[in-house]
Design a protein. Structure first.
Lengths: 411, 343, 450
């Protein structure tokens, strides 16, 4: 499953040589610095960018600038970036990554229930425990390669899911999962008045938001989102550094030719295992952040469809590219949260300008694709993207950019 | 002991479903090199062929019966079935009753058609693309197929019973000297098992003894050389895709009375069938079949109360546990070929 | 510092702050003036209908959504008014809620707690929903109920039958009209004893998750109180579709009754398998072998087809009830959609009306005021007879229907017949009942949010 021979994948990372010292900021090349700056700006300005439509307008349905979805964008972005370090570089397709995210989530919520409601220890715990779990799974699974590796990771994840749902109920809460309760008394700083504790950062709660009204626009700046956003920036920065480092080159070598590596006396397994654990820690970070933003965990977070989702996010965005996973994650989460909420009433509002008969016709044409039909739209879009944009959404972006560039030179 | 015999029967039965799906998956993978995530959806479409045919056969028109009322208090509209009107009550009822077996005949051309359309319209363009792209596009297709089914048939399971003649169970134990009721096994499940065995044998015989099959097998081993010999391997591969779709389809039709079909049954089987294929070894047809039966039997044993009492939760994870053990002890599964999907 | 945990967007729409905000960017203290999350403006109020639209329970979700739309129509004065005409409380007059037109947003729970919470959060944060309702599984109900508690909005549970929803996981902001596992056990056991005798041996197959556990516990304890013996209880994986390997050992276990603590697709398949294996014709211990399905749903009974005939179970409500309220509801639902409503539709319709009624009686949308109005409230005319919303655990107490699969159905909807209406006193229990989380379970403080 690893013969990623796509030209666009390589063009997206044209400077594979480590040029840590060649200027730019933070040890990045100029090009990478630009990319980093773009991502920085996107994360910081997301509340504006994602809320382009004024409140109360028909298009406000498409606004995504509310805390929950913005948090999900960055959290799944982190998850996919981590997955891409493994899959994009080494070509090893893990089909059980959701388990690491789930384990991280359980670790984080137990930290909050038992130790402190501060999110930092919770997130650290999530990364550490997920990393340790990944190490065990990776050590075993990496004895095989190709699809055999994929199925091994899948098997571990499905076992985690099944056990968390059933016999491990005392630890995982089973079907109903774990939430913070008013009976929880963490060692440090739990609420004393019998109310339910909230995740916080040194007292500032994750749910805190400032709202900015400009005309009929309303922008929400949420503390939790910015904390997750900073985590995304760090994760993205580290991912650039890994891509450009000698370690990253080794990982690419694993992908292109393991045998040659063996002959040169290098042990590919050490490199792939490191990549696997790193990407597992990214998943743990994502899992910890999910709990920090919304204090609950359920086992279905580890189901194979969740593992499949991150695979699809990465491929859809563009495997092996830096930006691809973030775009893919955003795309899928947007579909899931925005398209699924459109209902028949809203359609009637949209098409209200048409004469009655035409309105009903339009509504009945569009209706199967929205609301309960959002899966159908998703499936069609998967197919369209992969058919017409072999390099994923990143390739789409490049094509548009090229077009502009060409126009410029022509003009 | 009687319990063990029953569980072996159960295992063979489950195993034959797994084996049939895995066989089709391996056919597609082995001949075309395509990882087909839509294979579960093909199985589901097969099961819905049974549903559709039974709907067609029980097509009806409404007659108002003044003597009864419906839930709103209006006169009740009674369904009158066309087949009963045309062929008489008894014959009509028999035709409707036999919808599932008839659906086998119905499903074969339908599924071959779907298979052809899929291969020519979509899969063909993905032979040279990375496996990851194949997964994404076939997964997208699987979602689209199941959403279409959901649109027309809803999300709830649809009961599709076997003919009355196959209702009830065979008391197996009496033959083996046990008392009555010790080993009961439903007739339809026995039919399912023998039917599957027949299909599997048929596919193997076809590949083994026909020229067509030999060319395909040669193509599986070395596609380019066969192409150089001037044989139009593409056309044969299209046919193989249709065949694999038909195998998945009839497996689905026959399975419909055992587990009421619903739109996401394909996804339920998808992961499992990949595990079966990989445990069997990539590219090996006998491996896929053997792994199907092995996992089916082990799953049945793991669900015995005596086993679960000792190892709680073992019934939840047995398939995956076995997969891990086999893949760690046998690098390429039971009968995998070297170099297939290993890098 | 101005801060809010969950914010509402109604602010701008209503123009309360809009004018002032035009000129210069301004920090809003959301809802500071109202003191609770998502306080509605003067013209409209938004409710959030969070139901499964994809996944195995999508059909139940679709039926819930139909009922919600009907309820909104009736609240806003449209249609024939449905159960508003039979409801014992007469404060709702078809002018919306407290004079505000009822609007709604919908979302997809996917029957996954993560997705359900994401959807509920978007309703609260983006759409300004003042109340969240819906769902078709207990895992989702518990997860969303906890979220609503945290956010400071009211949660009116949809179809959720696990004891935990109003048991160990009960919350001050959450309310359940649907009945629960305990009530099923208490209602079903006497009927079973009367039908099948008191010296029965039961074998349980139980879905291996939370709802399964509480249902098994309830049925085991209530049937053992009748003198039954429990031979074995076996857990089956949620993802199981073929139950043959679990059904096969039943006949030789010495049991003469099989209890299927399964719901949805699990129930359809396990029951179908049990019938295939000839359990219905079998004899054991000199008696006819019997099957029991504790929780029935008409939608699922349809999936099981002929196999449900003569099999006992319980249900929250059934359209064939002859009381005024049920009739009114069936009439307006049936006229609008062409088929009778399911119990999921009924409970969600009733929950919406109860919420609207409580707001009106309280004269406020503030969750704590609404909760107070619901607590200990007794009402009638909503299809289940006299009903009490108990203050201690926010569980409705009402008669429970024991039903069995109909032998000669006249239509595809006419699958269940009511065997007995178990009076409410018989299914009553103490709020600190051990099956309900014992003495540790508490509602906590009600939360108004911002």
């Amino acid at each position: 499953m690893t013969d990623q021979t796509n030209p666009s994948v390589t063009t997206a990372t044209p400077t594979a040589r480590p040029r840590a010292a060649s200027g730019g900021m933070l040890g990045l090349t100029k090009k990478d610095s630009t990319l980093m700056l773009i991502v920085f700006a996107l994360v910081m300005l997301a509340p504006f960018i994602l809320n382009p439509f004024p409140e109360g307008s028909a298009m406000a349905q498409f606004n995504a600038g509310y805390p929950d979805l913005m948090q999900r964008f960055v959290i799944f972005g982190i998850f996919a970036i981590g997955f891409n370090i493994l899959f994009g570089l080494t070509g090893y397709l893990s089909f059980g990554h959701a388990a690491f995210l789930g384990v991280g989530s359980y670790a984080a919520i137990w930290s909050m229930k038992l130790v402190t409601l501060n999110v930092i220890p919770g997130i650290v715990m999530a990364i550490v425990i997920a990393g340790a779990f990944t190490l065990v799974v990776g050590f075993i699974s990496l004895r095989r390669s190709g699809i055999y590796f994929s199925i091994l990771t899948l098997a571990f994840a499905q076992m985690s899911y099944a056990l968390a749902y059933s016999v491990l109920t005392p630890i995982t809460g089973g079907e109903t999962g774990l939430q913070i309760k008013n009976t929880d008394s963490p060692l440090f700083g739990g609420p004393t008045d019998g109310s339910i504790g909230r995740a916080n950062l040194f007292g500032a709660e994750m749910g805190n938001s400032y709202e900015l009204a400009v005309g009929s626009w309303l922008f929400t700046f949420n503390l939790g989102y910015y904390i997750a956003g900073v985590a995304l920036l760090v994760a993205f920065y580290l991912s650039i550094r890994i891509f450009r480092s000698p370690f990253g080159i080794m990982l690419r070598a694993v992908k292109s030719n393991q045998q040659r590596m063996n002959y040169t006396g290098l042990t590919p397994k050490r490199y792939t295992l490191s990549a696997f654990v790193i990407s597992g820690m990214y998943a743990g970070l994502a899992g910890g952040l999910m709990v920090a933003m919304d204090t609950q965990v359920g086992p279905e977070r580890m189901f194979w469809t969740a593992s499949g989702e991150v695979v699809i996010m990465t491929i859809l965005g563009g495997a092996g590219t830096l930006m691809g996973p973030i775009l893919g994650a955003g795309f899928i989460k947007y579909m899931e949260n925005i398209v699924s909420k459109i209902n028949k009433d809203i359609l009637h509002e949209w098409f209200a300008f048409l004469p009655d008969g035409a309105e009903d016709v339009m509504v009945s044409i569009v209706y199967p694709f929205i609301g309960k039909g959002w899966h159908l739209t998703l499936g069609i879009l998967f197919m369209l993207v992969v058919i017409f944009l072999p390099g994923g959404l990143v390739e789409g972006g490049q094509r548009i950019a090229n077009k502009f560039r060409r126009n410029k030179t022509d003009g | 002991m009687d319990q063990i015999i029953v569980q072996i029967l159960n295992g063979l039965d489950k195993g034959s479903a797994y084996a049939l799906i895995a066989l089709g998956l391996t056919l597609i993978f082995g001949t075309l090199g395509v990882v087909n995530f839509a294979h579960g959806a093909l199985f589901m479409m097969g099961a819905f062929c049974a549903v559709i045919l039974s709907r067609i056969l029980s097509a009806s028109y409404k007659v108002v019966d003044e003597s009864q009322t419906d839930f709103l208090g209006n006169p009740l509209q009674v369904d009158v079935f066309y087949v009963q009107r045309w062929f008489g009550d008894a014959a009509g009822a028999t035709i409707m009753d036999w919808a599932v077996p008839l659906a086998i005949l119905f499903s074969i051309p339908v599924m071959i058609g779907i298979g052809f359309a899929m291969e020519r319209g979509l899969i063909k363009h993905f032979y040279k693309r990375p496996h990851a792209d194949q997964i994404l596009v076939t997964f997208g297709l699987a979602i689209v197929l199941q959403e279409i089914i959901k649109y027309f048939f809803g999300a709830n399971p649809i009961q599709t019973p076997a003919p009355d003649a196959f209702k009830g169970s065979l008391d197996f134990g009496v033959w083996l000297g046990y008392e009555a009721n010790a080993i009961m096994y439903p007739y339809w499940r026995l039919v399912y098992f023998f039917f599957s065995a027949l299909i599997i044998a048929g596919v193997f015989a076809f590949l083994q003894f026909t020229t067509f099959g030999m060319v395909v097998r040669a193509g599986m081993a070395d596609r380019e050389t066969v192409g150089l010999l001037g044989i139009d391997i593409d056309k044969r591969f299209t046919f193989m895709f249709g065949l694999a779709a038909a195998v998945a389809g009839v497996a689905g039709v026959m399975y419909a009375p055992i587990v009421a079909p619903n739109y996401h049954m394909g996804m339920d089987f998808l992961v499992l069938s990949f595990v079966v294929v990989v445990v069997g070894g990539m590219g090996s047809l006998p491996g896929a079949v053997a792994a199907g039966f092995l996992l089916g039997i082990l799953e049945s044993f793991a669900s015995m109360p005596a086993v679960v009492d000792v190892l709680p939760g073992i019934n939840q994870i047995i398939i995956y546990l076995v997969a891990i053990v086999i893949l760690l002890t046998r690098p390429r599964g039971l009968m995998g070929r070297k170099g297939v999907m290993e890098d | 510092m101005s801060k809010s945990n969950f914010t509402r967007r109604g602010v701008i729409k209503t123009g309360a702050v809009g004018g002032a905000a035009l000129a210069l960017p301004q920090y809003l203290r959301a809802d500071g003036h109202a003191g609770f999350t998502n306080a509605p403006g003067d013209s409209e109020v938004v409710l959030g209908f969070n139901v499964p639209q994809t996944g195995p329970y999508a059909d139940e979700g679709a039926d819930e959504l139909r009922a919600y739309e009907l309820a909104v129509e009736h609240l806003n004065g449209g249609g024939d008014g449905g159960m508003l005409n039979t409801f014992s409380s007469k404060v709702l007059d078809g002018t919306g809620i407290l004079g505000r037109e009822v609007k709604y947003v919908t979302g997809d729970t996917q029957t996954k707690s993560d997705a359900a919470r994401a959807s509920a959060r978007s309703m609260i944060e983006k759409d300004g929903a003042i109340m969240i309702t819906g769902g078709s599984s207990s895992g989702v109900a518990v997860a969303v109920q906890a979220l609503c508690q945290e956010a400071g909005v009211i949660f009116m549970a949809g179809l959720t039958h696990s004891n935990d929803t109003t048991g160990k996981d009960r919350k001050a902001n959450g309310f359940r009209h649907f009945f629960n596992s305990y009530m099923t056990g208490a209602a079903l056991a006497p009927v079973l004893a009367a039908q099948y005798g008191t010296d029965r041996k039961a074998y349980h197959l139980t879905a291996d998750y939370n709802w399964g556990y509480t249902t098994e516990e309830a049925i085991v304890s209530s049937t053992e109180a009748m003198g039954w013996e429990t031979v074995n209880t076996v857990k089956t994986p949620l993802t199981q579709t073929d139950f043959s390997s679990y059904i096969a050992p039943v006949l030789n276990s010495g049991a003469d009754v099989l209890v299927l603590n399964h719901y949805g697709g699990n129930m359809v398949n396990s029951l179908t398998n049990a019938v295939q294996f000839g359990l219905r014709e079998a004899q054991a211990n000199g008696k006819n072998f019997e099957i029991v399905v504790p929780l029935y749903s008409r939608l699922m009974a349809r999936g099981a087809g002929e196999n449900v005939k003569g099999i006992f179970g319980s249900t929250n409500w059934h359209w064939s009830l002859q009381d005024e309220g049920s009739q009114a509801f069936v009439r307006s639902f049936g006229t609008k959609y062409g088929f009778p409503p399911s119990q999921a539709a009924h409970t969600t319709y009733v929950q919406t009306l109860l919420y609207a009624d409580a707001v009106t009686r309280a004269g406020s949308f503030a969750p704590c005021a609404v909760a107070e109005a619901l607590e200990g409230y007794e009402f009638d005319g909503l299809g289940n007879g006299k009903t009490l919303y108990r203050a201690d655990d926010h569980q409705c107490f009402k008669d429970v229907l024991v039903v069995k699969g109909k032998e000669n159905p006249t239509s595809e909807f006419d699958l269940l017949e009511i065997v007995e209406v178990t009076p409410v006193d018989q299914v009553m229990y103490a709020p600190d009942h051990p099956q309900m989380g014992g003495a540790d379970a508490s509602l906590g403080e009600c939360n108004n949010g911002a």
